[in-house]
Design a protein around this ligand. Structure first.
Ligand code: NAD
Length: 323
């Protein structure tokens, strides 16, 4: 195997003892949710990511209605490296058919995920987008079921994910310390929305590892633009489009800048970026090494921040209303 061109660093994830790559591999695109991706491309993308030092892979049974897990499983198997060489997170409770955070469903779900991933265990099992369920059920039923899975060795660590930030404090305030190992927040630590910053001291005080996803705001900060299903308001979409156009006019890549912005905060252990081609993997790892070498392009960042100022921290509703 040829020597890697660039490498991303490993960062400690909370109290788990896991060392995850700063650039994490978001596998939702492997479920063809941003456009079709063939199996050969999926396998080659995973291989290139691993070759360039990415050891952390995130998926869910929800992505592409189980397709992402299957594709990732094939990619990981093709690596032909010891299982301890990579870290896999999947999720439970959210499916193509809808949400179900019952103990029975999540207990069955992990067996299905392990089969699709062709693995004996996953490193992290997240409750997926808990704002769509009852947070009290997450505390009293789902998390205890996941603790059993931990004892059985099917999962090593427990996480929760979702969009509104208050869900994390709600649940973490109601479980014993050390019960929830990590949280996964998305679209809240990027150039257009950095509200996760306020929560970092609290998460640190709880010893919870922090994973931040969607540095490109699920495609808003890319030249190809967001997918059809993107929930942002027209105002946010057009401001991001203007920021993309500005970078392009300067011969700069907005994806580089946006990813570097997220990666620069070392309190975030891994930034999950969705990737489905070798060139995206190479560009994103290169963005990390460039950040380490040269720092962020402050001039372009200030210009982009000025364009995005009217929509800064503007998000969208997610989940069912509950206190
Ligand atoms: P993202 O912000 O990472 O954007 C992904 C999009 O950007 C895709 O269309 C991808 O093809 C494109 N892209 C990536 N690198 C690029 C490059 N260098 N140049 C041009 N385009 C590029 O959004 P995401 O994929 O939704 O988030 C990343 C990952 O985080 C997901 O795959 C998933 O694993 C995880 N995630 C989890 C949750 C949750 O648990 N609720 C929510 C969102 C994301």
């Amino acid at each position: 195997m040829a020597m890697p061109r660039a490498k991303t660093e490993l960062r400690t994830l909370g109290n788990t003892g896991l060392k995850v790559s700063a650039v994490g591999f978001g596998a939702s695109p492997l479920g063809s949710v941003f456009g079709p991706v063939g199996e050969d491309d999926a396998v080659a993308t995973v291989r290139e990511a691993f070759r360039l030092g990415i050891n952390f892979f995130d998926t869910s049974p929800y992505y592409g209605g189980t397709l992402s897990e299957k594709m990732l499983g094939k990619g990981l198997k093709a690596l032909q490296v010891p299982r301890s060489g990579y870290i896999v997170a999947t999720k439970c409770g959210r499916y193509k058919e809808g949400f179900d955070f019952s103990a029975e469903r999540v207990t069955k779900s992990i067996d299905e995920s392990l089969e699709r991933l062709q693995l004996d265990y996953v490193d992290i099992l997240h409750c997926h987008d808990i704002e769509f369920g009852s947070l009290d059920q997450i505390v009293s039923e789902t998390i205890p079921a996941l603790r059993k899975l931990k004892q059985e060795g099917k999962i090593r660590f427990i996480g929760i994910t979702g969009l509104p930030l208050h869900i994390f404090t709600y649940v973490l305030d109601r479980v014993a310390p050390g019960t929830i190992d990590v949280i996964l927040s998305y679209c809240h630590y990027g150039v257009n929305d950095s509200t996760l910053l306020e929560l970092l001291p609290y998460l640190k005080s709880k010893g919870v590892g922090v994973i931040s996803a969607s540095p490109l705001s699920m495609g808003l900060l890319t030249e190809q633009g967001p997918p059809e299903w993107h929930p942002a308001s027209p105002e946010l979409k057009s401001a991001c489009k203007a920021a993309v156009a500005h970078c392009k006019s300067k011969g700069k890549k907005i994806t580089n800048l946006a990813l570097q912005y997220s990666l620069a905060n070392k309190e975030i252990s891994s930034v999950l970026v969705g990737m489905s081609s070798i060139s995206q993997v190479e560009e994103n790892v290169e963005a990390f090494t460039e950040l380490e070498r040269l720092g962020i392009d402050q001039e372009t960042l200030s210009e982009v921040e000025a364009i995005l100022k009217p929509v800064k921290n503007l998000t969208w509703p997610s989940g069912i209303n509950q206190n």
